[in-house]
Design a protein around this ligand. Structure first.
Ligand SMILES: NC(=O)c1ccc[n+]([C@@H]2O[C@H](COP(=O)([O-])OP(=O)(O)OC[C@H]3O[C@@H](n4cnc5c(N)ncnc54)[C@H](OP(=O)(O)O)[C@@H]3O)[C@@H](O)[C@H]2O)c1
Length: 305
């Protein structure tokens, strides 16, 4: 099968190569998925899990990409809950070969059914941004209707979903980003917007929940905005400051079938918009991940036309 592999961490996305690889075999409780569309996050190449397995052993050449939409091709021994021929989407294990390939082996529990009216390209764009937003707001942030949420990077991959879900849940949403992102954030449902390059973050006053995607100075300042009993949720690594009388939680997104179902239901009925930038083929994927100009939105690789 065709697959993109990486062998050299220092080379980043420029080190990606399209090669022929043997088709993987599904282990117990796995399914082998024929990948139709794949999502890749450039930051993956800085994570140890892209280079070593759980015991720290070199696993290069490794296949990047951990979001997929495709069709179940084979079931591993003892796999239940999914069937051959079923359309699926989900988030694959960080420490195993990923989805920039014609086939990938993935634990069945990491996948959810993809409804027939949702395109594979859309399905592959949802797992990381959708699950991260859902888990940060509802599992870790315990968001309630009527609360206020400060959403950093509100026009970005994760922030755009956070903004939409928080608004739908009845929160007052304050988005942040660059000046150019203001209208996008407001269109997605933010009621207020802070231009991080010009406005003072402290003017926001107190909020019940901060969803931080940046860390650093922004994360530190945001901790001071959390009201008593509130929460700073961050996906940018361990927080450098904590709310005086609240919680600080950092987490790494996990796959969850029920949550994937909630997310795709919202896409189908129009409550949730996804943010796809470029769509490319597997043959052109290396070029797509090394663009000459900055492109906004997620790059999705359409592995099967
Ligand atoms: N822990 C986890 O489980 C987890 C899960 C998902 C993502 N992440 C991490 O979370 C981060 C965000 O991911 P993402 O996919 O949402 O990224 P993204 O799509 O690039 O979104 C970030 C947004 O913030 C804006 N931004 C960046 N720097 C800014 C600045 N200095 N001032 C104002 N706005 C700024 C970006 O604008 P421009 O596009 O104009 O730069 C973009 O709109 C990444 O580091 C990612 O690796 C972690």
């Amino acid at each position: 099968m065709k697959a993109i592999v990486v062998t050299d961490q220092a080379a980043g996305t420029a080190g990606m190569t399209l090669v022929e690889r043997p088709k993987p075999s599904p282990a117990g409780n796995d399914v082998l998925v024929q990948v139709h569309a794949s999502g890749f996050t450039p930051d993956e190449l800085t994570w140890p899990s892209s280079w070593t397995d759980r015991l720290g052993r070199d696993r290069t050449p490794s296949v990047p990409g951990h979001e997929l939409a495709g069709v179940v091709a084979t079931l591993g021994y003892g796999t239940t809950g999914l069937s051959v021929g079923q359309r699926v989407f989900g988030l694959t294990d960080w420490t195993r070969d990923g989805t920039l390939a014609e086939y990938t082996a993935v634990e069945a529990r990491n996948l959810a059914p993809l409804p027939g009216d949702v395109d594979f390209t859309v399905g592959a764009s949802l797992p990381i941004s959708g699950l991260t937003a859902w888990q940060g707001l509802f599992q870790h942030g315990r968001l309630q209707a009527g609360q206020s949420v400060l959403v950093h990077g509100a026009a970005g991959g994760v922030g755009s979903v956070v903004t939409q879900l928080a608004r739908e849940a009845g929160a007052h949403v304050i988005g942040t980003g660059r000046a150019a992102h203001r209208q996008t954030a407001l269109d997605l449902g933010a009621q207020d917007f802070v231009d991080l390059e010009k406005d003072a973050l402290e003017d926001v006053g107190g909020v019940d929940l901060v969803f931080d995607v940046f860390g650093g100075d922004v994360g530190r300042q945001s901790a001071g905005l959390v009201r008593a009993g509130g929460t700073l949720v961050t996906i940018a690594g361990p927080p450098e400051a904590r709310p005086a009388d609240g919680l600080a939680i950092d987490f790494v997104v996990e796959s969850d079938r029920a949550q994937l179902g909630e997310i795709v239901r919202r896409v189908r009925d129009g409550r949730l918009r996804t943010n796809i930038g470029t769509v490319s083929t597997l043959d052109d994927a290396v070029a797509a991940f090394n663009p000459t100009e900055r492109v906004s939105g997620k790059t999705i690789i359409r592995v099967r036309p």
